[in-house]
Design a protein around this ligand. Structure first.
Ligand SMILES: [Zn+2]
Length: 290
C-alpha cells in the first residue's frame, strides 16, 4: 500500500470524491487567474509597416521630429489612444501614429480632439487706413496693411472651422489705435510683415514681451517653421505696445519681409500664406493641448 492510500485511510476519506473536488478547485483557480490578467497585454515594441513621422505629441498637428522609414523599430514607452510614445536605439523619443505600424490599429478618420473648440482667439491685422505699414520696393501696390488683413481673414476662417471663436481688431481697411487693439480672449496674435530700406534681410520673427508669453511664442515659432520655407529669425523679446498692454498669451508675428523680393513673392501668394497659416493653426492646437 503506498503512502497516498495510507493517508486516505488515516483520515477515513474516499479517494475518488476528494481527487474530483481537488481537480475542480484547480480548474477554477486557473480560470480565475486568467480572468485577472488582461488578455490584451500592451505591446512593448513596434515596427513601421510604412514610412511615417515621429512627432513631439500624440496628434498629427504636433511638429515632426524626423521622418521614420518602413521597417524602423521602436520600444514603446507610453500610449494615448491610437498614438504611441516610442524610443529608438539612439534614445530619440517621440510619438508615432499606430496605423503606420505592425500593431493592428485603424486610422483616425475623424479625430475627435478639437483643442481649439470654444477658445477665443484675438487676431490683430497690423496697420490699416492711412497707416499702410511696410511697402514693397518691387510692387508698389503690395502694402503691409493689405497682406496682414488678408492673412488675418484667412486665419479667421480656418480657426472657425476648428471650433474657435475669433475676434478681429479690424475687419476692413481702417486705422485702429494701438491702445484699441486688444480684447477679452484666450490668446492674442498680432500679424505684421517687416520692411527695411535694404532688400537683404528676410525671414519670419516671433515676438513676445512678458515672460508669461514666452511658451506661447516658442510653440507658434516651432510650428510655423515646420511649414514655412522662409528663413527662421527666431523668437525675440520686444517691447511692442500691442503685446505689452495685454496679460494674456500674446505674440507679434513678422511673417516675412516685404522689402525682400523672395519673401514678398511668397507673402503675396495665397497658397504660400495658407502654408504659414496652417503652421499658426497647428501651433495653437499644440498650445491648447498642453
Ligand atoms: Zn507692421
Amino acid at each position: 500500500m503506498n503512502r497516498i492510500n495510507l493517508w486516505f485511510k488515516k483520515y477515513k476519506l474516499k479517494p475518488i470524491p476528494v481527487i474530483s473536488v481537488a481537480v475542480i478547485v484547480i480548474i477554477l483557480l486557473i480560470v480565475l487567474i486568467k480572468m485577472l490578467i488582461p488578455n490584451d497585454v500592451e505591446p512593448k515594441s513596434l515596427s513601421m509597416i510604412e514610412d511615417g513621422e515621429l512627432r513631439t505629441g500624440p496628434a498629427a498637428y504636433y511638429p515632426i521630429i524626423f521622418e521614420v522609414k518602413d521597417g524602423d523599430k521602436f520600444e514603446i514607452t507610453d500610449r494615448k489612444g491610437k498614438w504611441f510614445e516610442v524610443t529608438n536605439d539612439d534614445n530619440e523619443k517621440g510619438w508615432i501614429a499606430g496605423w503606420h505600424t505592425n500593431l493592428d490599429i485603424k486610422e483616425d478618420v475623424n479625430p475627435v480632439a478639437k483643442p481649439l473648440k470654444g477658445k477665443t482667439i484675438i487676431l490683430d491685422p497690423g496697420h490699416g487706413g492711412g497707416d499702410q505699414g511696410a511697402s514693397s520696393s518691387k510692387h508698389k501696390n503690395v502694402t503691409e496693411k493689405e497682406i496682414t488683413l488678408k492673412t488675418a481673414q484667412e486665419l479667421e476662417e480656418m480657426l472657425k472651422s476648428e471650433g474657435a471663436k475669433v475676434k478681429m481688431t479690424r475687419t476692413k481697411d481702417e486705422y485702429v489705435k494701438l491702445k484699441d487693439r486688444q480684447g477679452d480672449g484666450d490668446v492674442f496674435i498680432s500679424i505684421h510683415n517687416d520692411a527695411l530700406d535694404s532688400s537683404g534681410p528676410h525671414g519670419v520673427t516671433v515676438y513676445y514681451h512678458h515672460d508669461t508669453q514666452q511658451d506661447f511664442a516658442k510653440t507658434l515659432h516651432t510650428s510655423i517653421n515646420q511649414k514655412s520655407i522662409l528663413s527662421d529669425r527666431g523668437v525675440r523679446n520686444e517691447n511692442f505696445q500691442v503685446i505689452r498692454q495685454t496679460k494674456m498669451p500674446a505674440v507679434l508675428l513678422e511673417l516675412g519681409y516685404i522689402s525682400n523680393p523672395t519673401d514678398e513673392d511668397l507673402i503675396a501668394d495665397r497658397k504660400y500664406r495658407h502654408i504659414v497659416e496652417t503652421g499658426i493653426v497647428d501651433g495653437l492646437k499644440v498650445y491648447f493641448s498642453n
